[in-house]
Design a protein around this ligand. Structure first.
Ligand SMILES: [Zn+2]
Ligand SMILES: [Zn+2]
Length: 255
C-alpha cells in the first residue's frame, strides 16, 4: 500500500478526470492521498474532495507563489482547519525562485501558517525553493518544531535535510528523485532514514520516470517508491510500508 502525501487533485487537469484517477490509484495500490490547498479561494473544493472520499484528506493554506490572493490570518486558518478531514496546515513556506526579490509578504505569510499550526497542533506542509536559509530560520524563530511537519517535494542538500529533521520534520520525495540528472537528490534519498521519509507526487506536476513530461497523478507515486527502493537496495514493499506508517504518525490518521 502506497500513500501520496501531496497532490493537487482539485486542479482542473486532475479533477476533470477524477473517476479515472481514483480508479488508477486503486489499481496501483495507492490507498490514500493528501489533497493540498494553495489558496483560500479554492480551499472549499479541496475540502469537498476530502469529505466525499474516505481515503482522501486535505490541508488548508496559501502557497508562497500566490501573490494577489485572499491573505489569511492566524484566526482564519485556525477556523478553516477545524474539520477532522483537515490534517495539515499548508502548503506554505518560501519560494525565492519564482519571487527573486525575496518579498517580506512571503515571510509574513509563512509566520502566520506556523502560528496556526502551533495553535491547531496540525503539522505543516512546507514548500521551500531557493530559500532554505530563511525557511529554516523562520521555522526556528516561530517554533515550527512544536507542530512538526514535512518538507515537501524536497530538492535541497543533505545539510538542509539534516537541519529540518533536527526540527522533527519529515522529508518527502517526489518524482524529481527519479530524474537522471538529480544526482545529489538521489544521495539525499539514500541518506534520510526510513522513519523520517514520505513520498508524494505533487501532481499534476513532476511526473516520475517513466511518465516524465506527462500529467502526473497520485497513482504514479508507486514509481517514486520503486526508485527509492532501488537506490537503497531494499524492497519496494518496505518503502511503501514505512512511508505509509510515517504518514499516519505525522498526520495522526488511524487508517
Ligand atoms: Zn510546493
Ligand atoms: Zn504542491
Amino acid at each position: 500500500m502506497f500513500i501520496d502525501s501531496h497532490c493537487h487533485l482539485d486542479f482542473p487537469e486532475l479533477v476533470e478526470r477524477k473517476d479515472e484517477i481514483l480508479a488508477k490509484m486503486a489499481e496501483n495500490q495507492v490507498d490514500t492521498a493528501l489533497c493540498i490547498s494553495v489558496k483560500l479561494e479554492t480551499f472549499p473544493n479541496v475540502l469537498a474532495l476530502a469529505k466525499a472520499h474516505a481515503h482522501l484528506y486535505a490541508s488548508v493554506g496559501v502557497h508562497p507563489d500566490n501573490e494577489d490572493v485572499d491573505e489569511p490570518d492566524v484566526a482564519r486558518l485556525v477556523e478553516l482547519a477545524n474539520d477532522p478531514k483537515i490534517v495539515a496546515i499548508g502548503e506554505t513556506g518560501l519560494d525565492y525562485y519564482w519571487h527573486k526579490d525575496a518579498p517580506e509578504w512571503q515571510r509574513d505569510r509563512f509566520r502566520v501558517h506556523i502560528r496556526a499550526a502551533r495553535e491547531t497542533r496540525k503539522p505543516l506542509v512546507v514548500h521551500t525553493r531557493s530559500a532554505s536559509d530563511d525557511t529554516l530560520r523562520l521555522m526556528r524563530e516561530e517554533g515550527a518544531d512544536v507542530p512538526g511537519g514535512v518538507m515537501h517535494c524536497f530538492t535541497e542538500s543533505q545539510e538542509v535535510a539534516r537541519a529540518a529533521m533536527d526540527l522533527g520534520f519529515y522529508i518527502s520525495f517526489s518524482g524529481i528523485v527519479t530524474f537522471k540528472n538529480a544526482k545529489e537528490l538521489k544521495e539525499v534519498a539514500r541518506y534520510v532514514p526510513l522513519d523520517r521519509m514520505l513520498i508524494e507526487t505533487d501532481s499534476p506536476y513532476l511526473a516520475p520516470v517513466p511518465f516524465r513530461g506527462k500529467t502526473n497523478e497520485p497513482g504514479f507515486v508507486k514509481h517514486v517508491a520503486e526508485h527509492i527502493a532501488e537506490l537503497r537496495g531494499i524492497d519496494v514493499e518496505t518503502v511503501a510500508e514505512r512511508t505509509s506508517e510515517n504518514f499516519k504518525t505525522l498526520f495522526r490518521i488511524g487508517l
